[in-house]
Design a binder for this molecule. Sequence first.
Ligand SMILES: N[C@@H](CCC(=O)N[C@@H](CS)C(=O)NCC(=O)O)C(=O)O
Length: 213
Amino acid sequence: MLTLYSYWRSSAAYRVRIALNLKGLSYRQVPVHLVKDGGQQHSPDYLALNPQGLLPLLVDGPTRIAQSLAILEYLEETQPQPALLPRDPALRAQVRALALHIACDIHPLNNLRVLQYLSTELGVGDEAKNAWYAHWVHSGLAALEQGLGVFAGRLSLGERPGYLEACLIPQVYNARRFNCDLDAYPRILAMTARCAALEAFKQAAPDAQPDAQ
Ligand SMILES: N[C@@H](CCC(=O)N[C@@H](CS)C(=O)NCC(=O)O)C(=O)O
């Protein structure tokens, strides 16, 4: 049985929940509250498992894997069907590039620890912090919107979602949570709407998690 250390609102954990569901893999969740007690990700018990103090963490027998995209790659290699990545090498590289765009160039700038650092260490007020958040969401999503043109209105696997959508839908969730207006991104919205109707995504959604508040 796979174990996922997760938090309902963690978008990086949300990526992994989607991937596990798309592959039809069962798993149990261990909730790690990112805010309570100063953040349980900083507890000695959790740091012993993942010294980086970030979610998600997947445990498969003796193997512990941090970093959501490393987990997606692991799942793809150990449980190849149904595939999350396209077969064609060029398309596969483009999917990875778009996923990295989200995971490396949008998400980390607006992560909890960055927002906390802005407030508590640099004394940035809420208005400026929200402007920071919206700036990185919009600059990232505007470029992503162009990049999605390669799929010509379809999903990254044609009629099926996979690796890309596992990253995109959690990023859209984050943007909406912080009231970013997404009307300028019709491709992103169309992909999100198609995925939202699927069971794998419904079951992975933050509000559907056992630790949702
Ligand atoms: N690059 C990492 C990012 C992991 C990450 O930033 N996780 C967030 C939740 S979405 C976290 O644990 N934040 C805790 C904190 O900021 O203290 C991944 O893709 O797994």
